[in-house]
Design a protein around this ligand. Structure first.
Ligand SMILES: [Zn+2]
Length: 289
């Protein structure tokens, strides 16, 4: 309502005590509202992306669900069919590589032919715009790279190569590897080849490089992961303790409440929803700013 009209209404007199004057010529409604306006989470996230010095993203299974790849840990996921302790440990591979290959062929059927979705493409767009400087992914599906992301740390390896634990040979996977029941052998030393994915009991990959990369990040996007499993679990805390901010993009909030506590600055922000919608929306806002 126009401030003049408000002044003319009974009870809206300029001589009223200051605290009671919600509106006046000197304290118009619009200014009061602007000062109290809290940006929407996507607007706030876009502002943070534009002002951050170095931005990293940590991604997990949730970002590939939109590409038709179920979370291995979900009901009906890979781990409910192939118990990890029976198929997916490094001890099992050394003892009975054929077991690991049963799992790997099933994994291949799950991953082959899958395409990146709008959430993967949104992260590639952010990198293209200079607003994202690298992705640390727990996924092995190669969809970030297919979407156009260039700097990707794959902490759990990739499903496109086979490795020899004896001589270090690394060979590309071919369709024949999925169609035979034989365990493929290294062409250099005849040791059984292992899928180039990190099995339980093996070290994760590129951890030193990731720590160097994240050391000076002042904004971390946590996307499609509950970040409960080490080393992914340590990364949000690392950025937070260094004074950085976190944007969590998930269906449900999973980071510790302490990160969301209001203080002199808002340390963490939650973008709730389906990633194939929330991330492209964030990119749209960033383009407008
Ligand atoms: Zn070899």
């Amino acid at each position: 309502m126009c401030p003049i009209r408000l002044l003319m209404r009974p009870g809206n007199h300029l001589l009223k005590p200051l605290k009671d004057r919600q509106t006046s010529l000197f304290f118009p409604v619009m200014i009061t509202r602007q000062n109290n306006t809290v940006p929407s989470p996507p607007d706030q996230a876009a502002a943070w992306l534009h002002t951050a010095h170095k931005v990293a993203a940590l991604t997990g299974a949730g970002i590939s669900v939109g590409s038709g790849i179920p979370d291995f840990r979900s009901s009906g996921g890979l781990w409910s069919v192939f118990a990890p302790e029976e198929y997916a440990t490094i001890e099992v591979f050394y003892r009975d590589p054929g077991k690991a290959w049963e799992l790997y062929r099933a994994l291949g059927k799950t991953l082959n032919g899958k395409e990146p979705n709008a959430a993967h493409r949104a992260l590639a767009d952010l990198e293209e715009m200079g607003l994202l400087h690298g992705i640390i992914t727990q996924n092995i599906d190669n969809l970030h790279q297919q979407a156009g992301s260039r700097k990707v740390f794959e902490i759990h390896g990739d499903h496109q190569h086979l490795q020899c634990l004896q001589c270090g040979n690394l060979v590309p996977v071919t369709p024949e590897h999925y169609h035979t029941t034989e365990t493929p052998l290294c062409n250099l030393c005849t040791f059984p080849l292992k899928p180039n994915v990190v099995l339980f009991g093996e070290d994760v990959r590129q951890l030193d490089a990731i720590h160097r990369f994240i050391a000076d990040c002042d904004l971390l996007l946590v996307i499609g992961t509950s970040a409960q499993v080490y080393p992914a679990a340590a990364l949000p805390s690392l950025v937070y303790q260094n004074g950085g901010r976190i944007i969590e993009c998930n269906r449900e909030r999973s980071l510790p409440d302490s990160m969301y506590t209001e203080s002199s600055r808002r340390a963490a922000l939650f973008l709730q929803g389906d990633l194939v919608h929330t991330l492209p929306h964030l990119v749209q806002i960033c383009r407008r700013k």
